[in-house]
Write a protein that binds this ligand. Structure first.
Ligand code: ZN
Length: 209
């Protein structure tokens, strides 16, 4: 029973797929994105990560009922600024979407760092995106707080999972490379003051990594 509770979000994760989007992609790309999405699905469903999410949701007092479905999208999405979107959260519908990196990016990344590092990057990028979008359920459009907290929570997760500190540091740096060195306020101080803030129900957010 305890085990089931610890993996509560597992049953809400689905692979999301819109057949109409396919003609824009070659069959090789579709094969790549299908493999990518099932890899991400497995990474998000992993017991160690599910346990961590359960702990985070309890700590943040985020009601699990507000999450209806978590979709692992097969195809990538570009934001208005041209950057790839990692995740989106629709508070009104309780819908979280996680998007992949493009096949082109993965090809270049793999050539530079190898397959193993690419896998580590892809799964941890998706985990960081899910942490980020779940925090939006509580903090609404307060993007700054969500960003800071998601970095901290992701850091806690990687430290637990990767016991060698250097590995944890590298993974954190890889996922949040554009925001290294930002000064952070301790987690406990901030959560207390933020708990009182109201959050919008209709806000839609997206995470760009
Ligand atoms: Zn966000």
């Amino acid at each position: 029973m305890l085990m089931l509770n610890n993996r509560f979000l597992y049953g809400k994760i689905r692979i999301g797929f819109i057949p109409e989007e396919l003609p824009a992609f070659s069959s090789n790309q579709v094969r790549f994105y299908r493999r990518y999405s099932s890899f991400v699905f497995k990474s998000l469903a992993k017991t160690s990560f599910q346990r961590f999410l359960n702990w985070m949701l309890t700590r943040e007092h985020i009601e699990k009922e507000t999450i209806r479905v978590i979709q692992v999208k097969i195809l990538p999405l570009r934001g208005k600024n041209g950057k790839g979107v990692a995740g989106k959260c629709n508070l009104a519908q309780g819908l979280i979407r996680i998007y992949p990196k493009t096949s082109k990016f993965c090809q270049l990344f793999r050539r530079k760092f190898g397959k193993k590092i690419l896998h580590i990057y892809a799964k941890n990028r998706a985990r960081a995106a899910l942490i980020h979008e779940l925090l939006h359920l509580k903090y609404g459009e307060d993007e700054k707080t969500v960003r800071e907290l998601s970095q901290e929570y992701f850091g806690i997760f990687t430290k637990r999972l990767y016991t060698v500190k250097f590995q944890a540091f590298c993974i954190h740096t890889m996922v949040f490379s554009s925001r290294i060195g930002k000064k952070q306020v301790p987690l406990a101080t901030r959560t207390n003051s933020l708990q009182r803030r109201a959050h919008s129900n209709t806000f839609k957010s997206k995470l760009l990594i």
